[in-house]
Design a protein around this ligand. Structure first.
Ligand code: FEO
Ligand code: CA
Ligand code: CA
Length: 615
């Protein structure tokens, strides 16, 4: 019998069900160690700019949001607890594309509030649960590539019992509503709208034929659980396969030799969506290697709707959040990537070859070295190369089982690395460490110690933080870096200790669980949240999930947008003229944005009423 609650769980809870905490273990003793470490936190924050500008104390509400608000071209807004979107005065928004909206004429009217969309139309409409996205200007046309991370079966299967698929057709419907949508948008005088039937419009699903390059190449079909995104310097889209493990289940015995890899990646037992009951591809007792074909960074050329996406094995296999590409001083390609699971790692890929505009791009994402981050307590760190020499593993195993390779070199266990963003104005990387209920509580799935450490300084971390690194010599190709915490989220209304947050957190800008991040062209860091929005207890006063803007220099953070209750804000890009921001609202509650029937995840347009740029 299918456990009908599995698809209702958050991905974090799903992971926990796969790897439950033992009733008591040595990690319970870490609380004492954490207390003795608190003196160290002063060092963390003193290194950062936030505390020195705002802090008269290390924690609590020493700073005020208004002190330097003139640096932001809007008046920060308060929290919200309703089922609406709110933006600052002088700004407006409207939906750009909602789950179920047509990409092609034949799908017009395909969506109904009562029935959702049919299986026949499910790959001709915008997918559900919008996530990472990027905009490409191709021959003067505005083309968006947008991830649809996963589905809410109870919303998509109106006639089915409790959101559990009952047929292969229903599985196909759910699969088709995930993946990637490429679509053209245009402003014909009424704000941006989807260009139905544009030759660029395309859906990429679990079934799309792919190729795979790099040392661990295989013949894959499809992409799934596409979370964050990135762009290459040559104008293609990077989509990142995150919680792929949840799609696979076992209906019978599994291969013992693969068990360690399954365990580290949370694969086994019942799948989250029962796909394995109707499609043997998702049944690891029938197709033991299918999970190894997912969990990659996949490149899509939005200019060519007939092109086969390419999975780049050289960038490693894990729960990829996003992929932030920059260039080393000598022209080599650098891609920063986070693995979003409790106690997993931050990675960096560096190409062997250098590149400059106009040169061939072949091999840049298949011939290179994968590194994993080690953060030291003295605020320095280094990127540790994952090679056969350093890990004792074959190059194929390093790439397919990157987590295990990272453990072999004692990489630093992190509080769920989400998006990484690099400052366009100076060599800096930022990673949102969203939260980690298991910090100081139990090891990660590979058995690595997750006691509190420098960039992850709070046990049972409900709030999250953003770590920042500056590569040696201002060169993203360097293997050494210095780090600090840009912000520790927290609640200074509830706590006067480190759970109150760093000094750039106050009652006016509180948030929890930073997740999506992007720098705008002016060097401002936009921060999106995917946290607890019940506005109670630890989270009292934080309201719904939100999007904030951070000043990288001063540390000041102010609130720009609030999203409907129940939703997370994820995915951010801009029109080519920067006058419109496109923002994703995933898994809303209520009946947003239609006001009737089902809630629909959607991308919205946000603009300034005076026509000036938004970032
Ligand atoms: Fe899909 Fe880690 O967010
Ligand atoms: Ca995310
Ligand atoms: Ca998240």
């Amino acid at each position: 019998m299918v456990d009908k609650t599995l698809s209702d769980l958050s991905w974090d809870d799903f992971d926990e069900a796969r790897d439950p905490r033992s009733p008591a273990n040595d990690f319970d003793a870490v609380v004492d160690a954490a207390i003795s470490r608190r003196g160290f936190l002063g060092g963390v924050l003193a290194f950062g700019s936030g505390a020195t500008v705002f802090g008269s104390g290390l924690f609590g509400s020493a700073g005020t949001a208004s002190a330097a608000a003139h640096a932001f071209p809007f008046t920060p807004i308060g929290i919200a607890t309703d089922f609406e979107v709110h933006v600052p005065e002088g700004y407006s928004w409207k939906p750009l594309v909602r789950w179920g909206d047509p990409l092609f004429s034949e799908a017009k009217g395909a969506y109904s509030a009562e029935n959702g969309v049919s299986v026949e139309m499910s790959d001709k409409v915008f997918g559900e649960n919008t996530d990472g996205m990027e905009l490409f200007n191709i021959d003067g046309r505005e083309i968006l590539a947008i991830n649809s991370e996963y589905v809410n079966p109870k919303i998509n299967l109106p006639a089915a019992s409790d959101g559990v698929p009952q047929s292969a057709d229903e599985v196909t419907l759910l699969k088709n509503l995930q993946g990637v949508t490429v679509l053209e948008v245009a402003d014909q005088g009424n704000g941006y709208e989807v260009v139905v039937d544009s030759p660029y419009n395309r859906r990429i699903t679990h079934e799309t034929q792919m190729t795979m390059d790099g040392p661990a190449g295989m013949s894959p079909l499809g992409t799934m659980n596409n979370c964050g995104s990135g762009t290459t310097l040559w104008g293609t889209y990077l989509t990142c396969e995150e919680n792929f493990n949840g799609y696979f289940g076992a209906t019978g015995a599994t291969e013992a030799s693969l068990e360690a890899g399954y365990t580290r990646y949370g694969i086994g037992g019942e799948g989250r969506y029962a796909y394995e009951k109707f499609d043997p591809r998702y049944d690891i007792s029938a197709e033991p290697n299918e999970p190894h074909r997912h969990g990659w960074v996949t490149e899509i050329d939005p200019s060519d709707p007939t092109s086969a996406p390419v999975k780049h094995t050289a960038l490693g296999r894990f729960k990829h959040e996003n992929a932030e590409m920059v260039q080393a001083a000598d022209g080599r390609i650098v891609v920063y990537m986070g693995d979003d699971e409790r106690g997993e790692f931050i990675y960096k890929y560096v190409s062997d070859a250098s590149w400059s505009e106009g040169q061939r791009t072949n091999g840049l994402l298949s011939n290179g070295t994968l590194y994993v981050a080690k953060f030291y307590e003295n605020m320095t760190g280094e990127w540790l190369a994952l090679t056969p020499q350093t890990t004792g593993m074959s190059i194929e195993d390093i790439l397919i089982f990157s987590r295990m390779a990272g453990s072999r070199v004692w990489a630093t266990t992190m509080d769920r690395p989400e998006w990484i963003a690099c400052n366009p104005l100076k060599a800096e990387g930022y990673c949102a460490l969203t939260n980690n209920r298991n910090r100081g509580v139990k090891p990660n799935a590979g058995g690595d110690d997750t006691s509190v450490n420098g960039p992850n300084p709070r046990e049972t971390n409900h709030y999250g933080q953003i770590v920042r690194w500056t590569p040696a010599g201002g060169d993203h190709g360097a293997t050494d870096f210095q780090w600090d915490l840009y912000v520790m989220a927290g609640n200074p209304e509830v706590y006067t200790n480190e759970y109150g947050g760093s000094a750039n957190i106050n009652a006016g800008n509180m948030f929890n669980s930073p997740d999506g991040m992007a720098f705008d062209s002016k060097g401002m860091l936009w921060i999106q949240t995917d946290g607890d929005d019940d506005n109670a207890e630890y989270f009292a006063g934080m309201g719904n999930n939100q999007m904030l803007v951070g000043n990288a220099e001063t540390g000041e953070i102010v609130r720009f947008m609030t999203a409907p209750n129940g939703s997370e804000v994820t995915g951010l890009t801009w029109s080519s003229d920067r006058k419109v921001a496109f923002v994703g609202v995933q898994h809303p509650g209520g009946s947003w944005p239609d006001g009737a029937g089902k809630p629909r995840s959607a991308v919205i347009s946000v603009w300034r009423d005076d026509g000036q740029t938004v970032g």
